[in-house]
Design a protein around this ligand. Structure first.
Ligand code: UT7
Length: 325
């Protein structure tokens, strides 16, 4: 049976220049490099400049993804940005990116599912591309989480960083099997009863301020391992594959202990797990495309490989996606 699938044909990412090490943080908050590395695996994070909004990071990643796909801005007909740190309350970062890239009139909007945003945005774009509504889509995860930090709260401010990653999606014809190139299966989940575990204590319709990130870290941790494993199992079932068929596991990069816990629960070979949490920290919706790009650039992930993405974050939201590159 012939089917149209959305396939990743280009990828790019961008990290702001400034690197903040754990030792840098220990100068002004009661923490240590040892504690952060032992509990999270994080060694450093990148930090955007004050005059460098999220859209600037997104544009840099998008340009690289378009070049990698052999496309120009005139080809782009859909831009979706997954972000929880927009430049402004509105317009969408996607509209600003469209203007900064110089792309013509098309479809542009943001998806807000916090750390799960990139997986959610991919599934939305997949719908457009697979139905013939987009021939060249940019899906971008871009975040400046450092701008949501309370720098006096050691339980959160050591965990997050800034960055952006982007993919180009184009239609590809397949046979309806897991040998096809492109998106093969998704599982998306949200449980709004747990909003109080991870949230920002501000917003336009409540405080009128941006607010700061608040998290009950160990409770989120407990949910993460169980929820992520269930989402992965469901995405593999939707793609008609087994865990053993997965060449590379590219998880959301929140905590090395969560990545390991999920991998162990599913019996994943740790040599197949991509981890960038040590150098990027948690970049929310940007973490998956940043990690995917890093592993493609260093030659580990290759065209034709079976990739499993997963994420979990505020909402609580979580989700997974199986795709063949
Ligand atoms: O991407 C969105 C999803 N988010 C996540 O997945 C994050 C999930 N949670 C986590 O990654 C972990 O729960 C944390 C890394 C946030 C915390 O690790 P933990 O092992 O769960 O530690 P804890 O919260 O139970 O705290 C243990 C101790 C506490 O001290 P007491 O009460 O035992 O005296 C904390 O006050 O560690 C203390 N602590 C710190 N100490 C030094 C908390 N943060 C720090 C810190 N430096 N930065």
């Amino acid at each position: 049976m012939s089917v149209t699938r959305s396939a990743v044909t280009g990828i790019g990412s961008y990290l702001p220049e400034q690197i903040v090490t754990n030792a840098d943080l220990a100068k002004f908050v009661d923490t240590s490099d040892e504690w952060i590395q032992e509990r999270t695996g994080i060694k450093q994070r990148h930090k955007a400049r004050d005059d460098q909004p999220t859209s600037d990071l997104a544009v840099e990643a998008a340009k690289k993804a378009l070049a990698d796909a052999g496309k120009t801005v005139t080809d782009v007909d859909l831009i979706i940005v997954a972000t929880t740190t927009p430049d402004m309350t509105f317009p969408a970062v996607a509209s600003i990116v469209q203007a900064k890239l110089g792309a013509g009139v098309g479809i542009a909007f943001d998806v807000q599912a916090v750390c799960s945003g990139f997986v959610y945005a991919l599934s939305v774009a997949d719908g457009f591309v697979a139905r013939g509504l987009s021939k060249c889509a940019l899906v971008i995860g871009a975040e400046e989480m450092t701008k949501l930090m309370d720098w006096t709260d050691r339980t959160t401010c050591v965990l997050f960083g800034d960055g952006a990653g982007a993919v180009v999606l184009e239609p590809r014809e397949g046979q309806g099997t897991s040998d096809d190139q492109g998106m093969l299966g998704f599982a998306l989940r949200a449980d709004g009863s747990k909003t109080d575990l991870l949230y920002v204590d501000g917003g336009p319709s409540t405080t009128g301020t941006v607010g700061h990130l608040r998290m009950a870290g160990n409770q989120v941790f407990r949910h993460a391992v169980v929820n992520i494993a269930e989402g992965i199992t469901a995405a593999c079932a939707a793609a008609n594959i087994e865990i053993a068929d997965v060449d590379w596991f590219v998880p959301h990069q929140a905590n090395q202990r969560i990545i390991k816990g999920v991998g162990d629960r599913l019996g994943l070979d740790e040599n197949k797990v991509i981890s960038t949490v040590a150098t990027h920290a948690n970049t929310s919706a940007a973490s998956i495309p940043l990690a995917l790009d890093a592993a493609i650039q260093d030659g580990r992930i290759k065209k034709g490989d079976m990739i499993l993405l997963e994420a979990m974050g505020g909402g609580l939201t979580w989700g997974a996606c199986a795709l063949r590159l």
